[in-house]
Design a protein around this ligand. Structure first.
Ligand code: ITT
Length: 224
């Protein structure tokens, strides 16, 4: 979406052309001072969510935009290790030209001792779909009444000065069947605390204000 910035021009008695040039300069200045980072994800939904959450606070460059299509290694056993691995892989590839942010996220179900956790993306096996993961989880939870769960995100932000981590979570519970078609991953079976609808049914704006990813971004913006 094209963004329009409006600047106040005080005491300027100049012709149209010069005003346009002046506005252009201000626009460029604003964009130069805005932090630009590469987002190390191949997940288009995550990219959209980050863009919506950050608005004009940061400029995000996607991996497609820098033509990086490698499969990024993700072999850690914690969210932090995986987030670091993804961020530093891309940072090395682009030779530190930009700061890089990566997110590793997942769903932890209390009654299943934190499963699927770091294996959320591949819960039903390598190359499985979100539907396969949901089917496996609902089957495992058949008959379980205690359905508390949380989504967790660890963000890794790497720059020439080193790496920093920011964490966010959202608590809720797992439904017995799928609800809604919005969002991605496990969204249709997760109802956040305080809501009656799943992330698959709630508007994207609502999810983007309260999600694990939103809470991690709030931490990052507080500390940057
Ligand atoms: P990248 O590694 O390329 O960022 P990914 O989808 O593999 O993309 P993760 O390794 O962080 O991302 O895996 C997280 C999985 O957890 C993801 O595939 C979903 O199944 C689930 N997940 C994470 N965030 C979610 C969210 O906001 N809503 C629903 N499911 C989510």
């Amino acid at each position: 979406m094209k963004k329009i910035y409006i600047y106040k021009i005080k005491d300027k008695n100049v012709g149209d052309l010069r005003i346009n040039a002046y506005i252009c300069k201000l626009y460029q200045k604003k964009h130069k001072t805005m932090k630009t980072i590469v987002l190390a994800t191949h997940n288009k939904h995550k990219l959209e969510e980050f863009k919506a959450m950050l608005g004009d606070k940061m400029t995000l460059i996607s991996l497609d935009e820098i033509d990086l299509h490698d499969e990024i290694p993700e072999t850690g056993t914690t969210f932090t290790e995986n987030a670091r691995q993804k961020a530093s892989y891309v940072f090395d590839k682009i030779e530190g030209k930009y700061d890089v942010m990566a997110d590793d996220s997942g769903l932890e179900v209390e009654a299943l001792d934190g499963e699927p956790g770091v294996w959320s993306a591949r819960y039903a096996g390598e190359g499985c779909s979100s539907q396969d993961n949901i089917d496996k989880l609902l089957k495992k939870m058949d008959g379980i009444t205690k359905r508390d769960a949380r989504f967790v995100t660890v963000l890794a932000l790497i720059s020439k000065n080193g790496i920093r981590y920011f964490q966010g979570e959202v608590r809720g519970f797992i439904t017995e069947k799928m609800n809604g078609k919005g969002g991605f991953g496990y969204d249709p079976i997760f109802i956040p605390d305080g809501e009656t609808l799943s992330f698959g049914e709630l508007p994207a704006e609502t999810k983007n204000k309260m999600s694990h990813r939103a809470n991690a971004i709030k931490e990052l913006l507080k500390k940057l």
